[in-house]
Design a protein around this ligand. Structure first.
Ligand code: GTP
Ligand code: MG
Length: 197
């Protein structure tokens, strides 16, 4: 897919205030600092479309971007950052659950996982929640430029083994590096294929 046009539409804390649309929507979520906003910029080929930061907790709102006037990308705030207060964590939970449960045009959630780490409970718990809520999702292993390809294979396999403890089927898995623009075509092809269903 060629990205001809990508523009920011709105930031919201409430799902009811998100753009009213029947266009298909794809959301990006994962631990704080895993690279969600960077991946959105890489996919759209726009350096500063989504705001990125080396400091976790940069994205705090539900951010809608309209792509090619025909589908939405959504940048969501991350989870699992230790320094967040209990109050903020609860607010995050409420906002994300409302988003996932009520956004009718949501086609698929991309759950980003840092390819350098062992399986983390925060990711596994979030995935369990998606399962309970019956939200379709795929996994994206990020920052693969930071290590050898073999290490990324090992992390992905370890994550798959861990998931098999509770899941009968494994989701689709992608590997990406926003720094090296790797994995872009695979994700855009997936979006194109699922767009009209
Ligand atoms: P929050 O909005 O805080 O939840 O973070 P985020 O998941 O949106 O992460 P963001 O895209 O802001 O990236 C966090 C940091 O990781 C930034 O310093 C990025 O430059 C860096 N980063 C993101 N993706 C990659 C990647 O593929 N490779 C490398 N080397 N660094 C990356
Ligand atoms: Mg972000």
């Amino acid at each position: 897919m060629i990205i001809k046009d990508a523009r920011f539409i709105a930031s919201n804390t409430q799902v009811d205030k998100c753009p009213e649309t029947e266009l298909p929507e794809y959301a990006f979520i994962g631990r704080s600092n895993v690279g969600k906003s960077s991946l959105i910029n890489m996919l759209t080929n726009r350096n500063k479309l989504a705001k990125t930061s080396s400091f976790p907790g940069k994205t705090q709102l539900i951010n809608h971007f309209l792509i090619n006037e025909s589908w939405y990308l959504v940048d969501l705030p991350g989870y699992g950052w230790a320094k967040v207060s209990k109050d903020s964590r609860e607010k995050w939970g409420k906002m994300i659950k409302a988003y996932l449960g009520r956004r009718k045009n949501l086609v698929c959630v991309f759950v980003l996982i840092d390819s350098r780490h062992e399986p983390q409970n925060a990711d596994l718990e979030f995935i369990e929640m998606l399962g309970t809520m019956e939200v379709p999702f795929v996994l994206v292993f990020t920052k693969t430029d930071k290590q050898s390809s073999v290490k990324t294979d090992q992390s992905m396999a370890a994550f798959g083994r861990k998931m098999r403890e509770t899941w009968d089927e494994l989701p689709m898995m992608f590997r990406t590096s926003s720094a090296e623009k790797a994995g872009r075509d695979e994700i855009l092809d997936f979006i194109e294929q699922t767009n009209n269903q």
